[in-house]
Ligand binder design. Structure first.
Ligand SMILES: C[S@@+](CC[C@H](N)C(=O)[O-])C[C@H]1O[C@@H](n2cnc3c(N)ncnc32)[C@H](O)[C@@H]1O
Length: 262
């Protein structure tokens, strides 16, 4: 048996319980944070507790480093024109935008706990005059429209570790496709369903509780298939991120799609 496969399995079997334990251990702190915020009854609201829990966890472990930093940078630095930055969170990655290529960036971030840190990161990146934070989910087409985000209006969509969390991902992929101008690009760095092996089983098992602990994130989404099936693409270039073989517990797809011209 190849050693690489053994290591993949081993890492999956260690990583899953470590992350799940972290998610469970932080729940009391998430409850306390809601109480301190003056929202004691939110402790009994599944979605609010989940969001507060993920807020704590992401602040702790979300900052990209090493290859994760490199993949985020490679993805985001390609954005040009009018950009939709899906779920920027605390803004760990906004420093990667190349402002000489971008005219306007809309950061669609529904978790308002992240907004102060996101605003600070945007200012530090020197993007304050072109970056608008919109506090809603990307599925909220009406609010997006009030900002001029409608069919054929966006040059680049950045999807960096966010399509795991959006509701109705298959429909969402189609909606995002429509927002792009012909020739517009979808830049992707997403964790996805494992391609095979024991990790598939570990993902399925973990996913019983994972979305609650991690703000709605799901482990086993076939995001590449959803995006490929969203419409006609001129470029379809999503691959396992360098160093991944697709069978890890947390396994990433990376690359871009370009919408076919009319
Ligand atoms: C794992 S974090 C990634 C943050 C950031 N993209 C990064 O790479 O550092 C996922 C983000 O997606 C956001 N999110 C969840 N549901 C969303 C939705 N329906 N629309 C837009 N963003 C969403 C979460 O609030 C969170 O900030």
């Amino acid at each position: 048996m190849p050693l690489g496969l053994d290591m993949t399995l081993l890492k999956s079997m260690v990583l899953a319980p470590v992350l799940l334990s972290m998610g469970i251990a932080s729940l009391p702190l998430a409850a306390i944070s809601l109480i301190l915020r003056g929202e004691p009854f939110a402790v009994f609201n599944k979605n609010k507790l989940s969001e507060a829990n993920f807020t704590l966890i992401w602040r702790l472990i979300g900052k990209p480093s090493g290859d994760d930093f490199k993949f985020s940078q490679q993805t985001i630095s390609q954005a040009y024109g009018i950009v939709l930055d899906l779920g920027p969170g605390t803004g760990f990655t906004v420093c990667h935008f190349d402002r000489s290529k971008t005219t306007k960036i809309f950061g669609i971030e529904p978790n308002k706990n992240f907004h102060p840190a996101l605003k600070k990161a945007v200012e530090e990146a020197g993007l304050a005059d072109i970056y608008t934070i919109i506090g809603t989910g990307v599925e909220d087409a009406e609010t997006l429209k009030s900002f001029g985000i409608e069919e054929g209006s966006i040059d680049s969509i950045v999807a960096c570790k966010v399509l795991c969390s959006v509701p109705k991902p298959k429909e969402m992929a189609k909606q995002l496709y429509k927002l792009l101008v012909p020739g517009g690009q979808m830049l992707v760095y997403e964790h996805v369903k494992a391609k095979g092996g024991l990790s598939v089983f570990i993902q399925d098992l973990s996913n019983i509780i994972w979305p609650f602990l991690m703000g709605g994130c799901e482990l086993q989404r076939p995001t590449e298939a959803y995006l490929y099936g969203a419409g006609d693409w001129e470029v379809k270039d999503l691959k396992p991120a360098e160093g991944f073989n697709g069978s890890e517990f947390i396994t990433f797809t990376h690359g871009k799609l370009v919408k076919a011209k009319l």
